[in-house]
Design a protein around this ligand. Structure first.
Ligand SMILES: Cc1cc2nc3c(=O)[nH]c(=O)nc-3n(C[C@H](O)[C@H](O)[C@H](O)COP(=O)(O)OP(=O)(O)OC[C@H]3O[C@@H](n4cnc5c(N)ncnc54)[C@H](O)[C@@H]3O)c2cc1C
Length: 241
């Protein structure tokens, strides 16, 4: 299934992103906005299945933790995260994420995510809540449907972007490997027909795997497809707990 030698690809892509949740949409937009102008207008391809609405992102309610209020700071957010992570965090990744959290939120505000405004006398213009594990109020939210607001806004920008092509109703089945290198993706459409898409760069933004468990708040579509495909293509996985 993985091998593609002698098989003609159905189409050729520069960057092929699998998954239309918060991660896939954000990457598609970020990459597409950085592409140099040129004769080819479509360079980023986002592939998402018919079950898109069942990704975790649309279900997220509470909000997004970030260093926003003037009385908050990166060090205390990093410390809270490392404690909550109970030894499993990669501190470099935590510092990078928390350190860039303000600019990420400012990017989302500029895109038009309808975050809930604060009272006029608040120190930050958007309402911030405090959630478990956080020593400060730092959760920015859109009422109690933050994920839906985020996805609706990101999707609208992705769908309107001239450098992004969207392949709808496609399920990624396996990573195509050629001479030991990922060279694209085997996909299956709604009729069960399989084909392979060649790609210079392939990104798996296929979410988590908690839908594998009998009792979880995650949607049942989160069954770790991406991790399984990556393993079959030779990648090592870590921290699956
Ligand atoms: C009920 C709930 C509440 C939450 N609340 C919060 C919160 O308040 N704050 C917070 O920060 N986080 C929250 N989270 C966690 C947050 O939603 C996730 O961490 C985040 O949405 C993950 O985004 P993602 O893009 O990585 O994955 P997803 O949103 O799951 O997107 C993955 C996408 O990949 C697609 N995909 C999967 N397999 C394939 C395949 N084989 N082929 C093609 N496409 C595929 C899926 O359809 C899906 O759309 C919550 C999660 C849940 C379930």
């Amino acid at each position: 299934m993985n091998s593609v030698s002698g098989v003609t690809p159905a189409s050729q892509h520069d960057v092929l992103i699998v998954g239309g949740g918060a991660a896939g949409l954000t990457l598609a937009l970020s990459l597409a906005n950085r592409l140099p102008a040129g004769p080819r207008t479509r360079r980023v391809t986002l592939l998402r299945p018919a079950r898109e609405a069942q990704g975790a992102s649309r279900w997220a309610q509470g909000g997004i933790a970030a260093v926003l209020a003037p009385e908050d700071d990166v060090e205390s957010h990093v410390a809270d995260t490392l404690i909550a992570g109970d030894g499993l965090c990669n501190e470099r990744a935590v510092r990078f994420t928390v350190g860039h959290s303000r600019e990420a939120i400012e990017w989302l505000i500029a895109l038009g995510v309808p975050f809930t405004p604060a009272d006029a006398d608040a120190s930050y213009p958007f309402h911030l809540t405090r959630e478990g594990g956080h020593g400060r109020r730092r959760i920015i939210h859109a009422a109690d449907a933050t994920g839906r607001a985020l996805l609706d806004t990101l999707s609208a920008h992705v769908e309107a972007h001239p450098n992004i092509e969207i392949l709808e109703d496609q399920l990624a089945v396996d990573i195509a490997v050629n001479a030991g290198r990922a060279s694209g993706l085997w996909v299956m459409d709604g009729t069960g027909q399989r084909q392979w898409l060649a790609a210079n760069d392939l990104v798996l933004a296929t979410g988590g795997a908690s839908g594998l468990f009998a009792h979880a708040t995650s949607p049942s579509a989160s069954v770790g497809d991406g991790m399984a495909m990556a393993t079959r293509a030779g990648a090592s996985l870590m921290n699956l707990e």
